[in-house]
Design a protein around this ligand. Structure first.
Ligand SMILES: *[C@@H]1O[C@H](CO)[C@@H](O)[C@H](O)[C@H]1NC(C)=O
Ligand SMILES: *[C@@H]1O[C@H](CO)[C@@H](O)[C@H](O)[C@H]1NC(C)=O
Ligand SMILES: *[C@@H]1O[C@H](CO)[C@@H](O)[C@H](O)[C@H]1NC(C)=O
Ligand SMILES: *[C@@H]1O[C@H](CO)[C@@H](O)[C@H](O)[C@H]1NC(C)=O
Ligand SMILES: *[C@@H]1O[C@H](CO)[C@@H](O)[C@H](O)[C@H]1NC(C)=O
Ligand SMILES: *[C@@H]1O[C@H](CO)[C@@H](O)[C@H](O)[C@H]1NC(C)=O
Ligand SMILES: *[C@@H]1O[C@H](CO)[C@@H](O)[C@H](O)[C@H]1NC(C)=O
Ligand SMILES: *[C@@H]1O[C@H](CO)[C@@H](O)[C@H](O)[C@H]1NC(C)=O
Ligand SMILES: *[C@@H]1O[C@H](CO)[C@@H](O)[C@H](O)[C@H]1NC(C)=O
Ligand SMILES: *[C@@H]1O[C@H](CO)[C@@H](O)[C@H](O)[C@H]1NC(C)=O
Ligand SMILES: *[C@@H]1O[C@H](CO)[C@@H](O)[C@H](O)[C@H]1NC(C)=O
Length: 567
């Protein structure tokens, strides 16, 4: 039987033959009715780069050179990408990887005309329709539509209905916020699901408070970040995003608009604090505890031009120093050629002493060193992180592992990390020092894997593919990434991984291996069974299903068809 959401693909030439075999007319999704229900805010979405191509979904259309020029100029610009529906930080989520249906440019040179002369433009996995969500009633309408038509509410699934939350952009600060049903007040910020971190930081700064958030300015502050974990370079001392959240407002798949906090729907609150985005409901806003002052930070920024040999020496130095730096509250991003780290716990003199051996090493390499005090998170963010944003517009594949402190306690453990890196030439390496190492979390209050609590590093390795990679090349890139995961598991076998940040309602970045083996254990540890029970309670029909999310329907479900089979 032809499922209803396949029948909504009628307008797509590639599916025409298939659809014409089995005629279904009786229950086709009525987009016009949905559009009326949401006040005319239903829109059609085409791929971001389509104006560059002389065709779309098999039909020739004139190229729009002027529009294409703007796209080429902004292809790698995260702010530009996040201003429109249908864009992702990593372009594989715009494509259907298994069929190569896509509409992407060459990220190494967006003006490369081969990208649009050699390959056609296709809708790929971008939702062909989306709602510009303005309120919870829009979400209720979308979920009701999804229930009756089987069109999934997702932004990266063939034939889905996207929920564009970018315009839920309200931010407020309350010095004595009391969660519904509670009595204790907290200084807190309430942030709409469309607010990017850069806006939340600027607002916090204007109110002289500090909010803990991510490194990339376009990541949504109330999206997958605050449901899957939410790491920050301030997390070593101030905790993960899920440690600090006080309340979520969401529509659950049964259509109810709910408040979830420690006093109201506390089971759902626990599940949202680590169970993942796009799984338990559609969050419209979240409220998180803030620090009621601007916190001065010591910053250490060092970099040098490394060779394979000096890069490894530097990594040895980093593994040697990691436990001391963890005790001193340092958080940051480390590579084999430098780092940018911050701590709120030390004085400038203490920071200089703490960093002395790294500084000495980098100076012998004629590198650059800055150790300084900045008055606030926002001052740090503006000076250091905006120029060091994660690349967007490319298809990066990550393998993630939380590396426990025990690994760093022995020479053997430290050596095992160096051996792993040397055994995987060709992998990128990013060490995120973002675990809540010194944070006094309340036991069992969140549903992230408990491995976060003992970890010192979150390590990312992996591969990438390019605009014209063949299916075989993509599979090889995934296999290489799986080899990175296997290596990381071999050095930290009882730990876990950061989960897929599949918010699916906003620009997202994925820091997990999509082929993570035993993912329930890696992402949630002993919390999985309880998460699954809560999933069944609030989403008995499995309306919100996603790849390797809690309650996932599996590889054989048609929603998984764009993931290549990788063994
Ligand atoms: C929805 O309705 C609005 C207002 O009538 C219209 O401009 C828009 O094109 C419609 N959307 C779709 C997808 O038909
Ligand atoms: C990126 O795009 C934004 C939004 O359009 C724009 O304001 C900004 O100048 C662009 N940045 C660069 C480096 O082009
Ligand atoms: C702050 O929160 C308290 C308790 O929830 C509430 O009574 C008060 O109206 C809020 N203040 C603002 C400015 O929203
Ligand atoms: C923030 O602090 C500065 C300096 O102390 C002060 O001038 C300003 O009024 C404060 N802003 C708010 C919103 O409290
Ligand atoms: C690396 O080398 C390039 C070219 O010689 C130089 O411009 C740059 O400043 C060097 N970077 C560092 C961090 O030393
Ligand atoms: C790391 O520590 C070991 C053992 O103390 C020492 O032999 C080695 O020289 C150190 N390496 C670096 C790069 O600091
Ligand atoms: C650093 O610079 C000095 C002086 O220019 C030079 O002699 C030395 O070889 C350089 N070292 C490295 C590692 O580039
Ligand atoms: C955690 O609790 C311990 C013991 O109460 C305290 O000494 C320490 O400062 C706390 N850590 C943080 C980061 O608040
Ligand atoms: C946390 O959960 C574990 C496993 O269910 C349980 O053994 C432990 O008692 C719980 N701790 C608290 C403080 O509730
Ligand atoms: C992809 O394009 C590049 C040029 O950008 C070319 O060198 C390469 O051979 C192409 N790969 C495939 C699989 O066609
Ligand atoms: C992955 O590792 C296996 C076993 O070591 C090796 O045979 C294979 O070539 C590796 N695959 C890739 C793509 O690196």
């Amino acid at each position: 039987m032809l499922s209803l959401y396949q029948s909504c693909m009628l307008s797509y030439t590639v599916f025409l033959l298939f659809v014409s075999v089995v005629k279904t007319t009786e229950s086709a999704p009525n987009w016009n009715t949905l559009n009326e229900t949401v006040g005319g805010r239903l829109h059609k979405a085409k791929p971001f780069s389509s104006p560059c191509f002389p065709d779309f979904d098999g039909i020739s259309v004139p190229r729009n050179k002027a529009a294409c020029k703007i796209i080429e100029d902004n292809y790698l610009n995260a702010t530009y990408r996040s201003s429109q529906f249908g864009n992702f930080m990593n372009t594989q989520w715009e494509s259907c990887m298994s069929t190569s249906a896509q509409c992407t440019l060459d990220s190494s040179d967006p003006s490369d005309s081969l990208a649009w002369t050699e390959l056609p433009c296709d809708q790929g996995s971008i939702a062909p329709y989306y709602i510009d969500v303005q309120n919870y009633e829009d979400v209720q309408a979308a979920l009701a539509f999804s229930r009756t038509t089987e069109v999934p509410c997702r932004s990266s699934t063939i034939g889905s209905l996207g929920l564009w939350t970018r315009n839920l952009d309200k931010i407020s600060y309350n010095a004595s916020f009391v969660p519904v049903g509670g009595s204790q007040p907290f200084p807190a910020m309430t942030i709409g699901a469309g607010v990017p971190w850069v806006d939340a930081y600027s607002f916090a700064d204007a109110n002289n408070v500090t909010i803990v958030g991510g490194y990339s300015e376009t990541v949504g502050a109330s999206g997958g970040w605050i449901m899957g974990g939410g790491h920050s370079v301030l997390s070593p001392t101030l905790g993960l995003g899920v440690d600090r959240v006080l309340e979520y407002k969401l529509v659950t798949p049964d259509g109810e608009y709910r408040t979830a906090n420690a006093h109201t729907n506390s089971d759902l609150f626990w599940a949202l604090r680590g169970g993942g985005g796009g799984t338990f409901g559609v969050v419209l806003e979240s409220t998180s505890m803030v620090e009621p002052m601007a916190i001065p930070l010591q910053v250490a920024s060092v970099s040098f031009n490394s060779t394979t040999e000096t890069g490894l020496q530097f990594l040895r130095l980093l593994t040697n120093n990691s436990l001391q730096w963890a005790q001193e509250g340092w958080g940051g991003h480390l590579t084999s050629s430098g780092f940018i780290s911050v701590t709120p716990l030390l004085t400038l003199e203490e920071a200089q002493a703490s960093m002395q051996n790294a500084v000495d090493f980098v100076q012998t390499q004629n590198g650059t060193v800055v150790i300084e005090t900045l008055p606030s998170w926002f001052a740090f963010f503006a000076k250091y992180t905006i120029p060091a944003q994660t690349a967007v517009g490319s298809a990066d594949l990550a393998a993630s592992r939380l590396i426990p402190y025990s690994l760093f306690e022995t020479q053997e453990g430290r050596d095992s990390f160096i051996q792993l890196v040397t055994s995987l030439p060709g992998s990128f390496l990013e060490i995120d020092v973002v675990t809540p190492f010194l944070y006094n979390a309340t036991e069992n209050s969140t549903s992230v894997t408990p491995a976060w609590r003992n970890a010192v590093w979150h390590v990312l390795m992996g591969s990438e593919f390019v605009w014209n990679s063949t299916l075989a090349e993509k599979v090889a890139a995934f296999e290489f990434t799986n080899n990175c995961t296997a290596g990381l598991i071999s050095i930290a076998p009882n730990s876990g991984a950061y989960m897929c940040l599949t918010t699916h309602f906003f620009l997202f970045q994925n820091e997990a291996n999509v082929y993570e083996p035993n993912y329930e254990q890696s992402f949630w540890g002993g919390n999985y069974d309880r998460l699954l029970a809560i999933k069944h309670r609030y989403d008995p029909l499995g309306l919100l299903d996603c790849w390797k999310c809690v309650g996932w329907k599996g590889v054989d479900d048609s929603r998984s068809r764009c993931y290549p089979r990788v063994d």
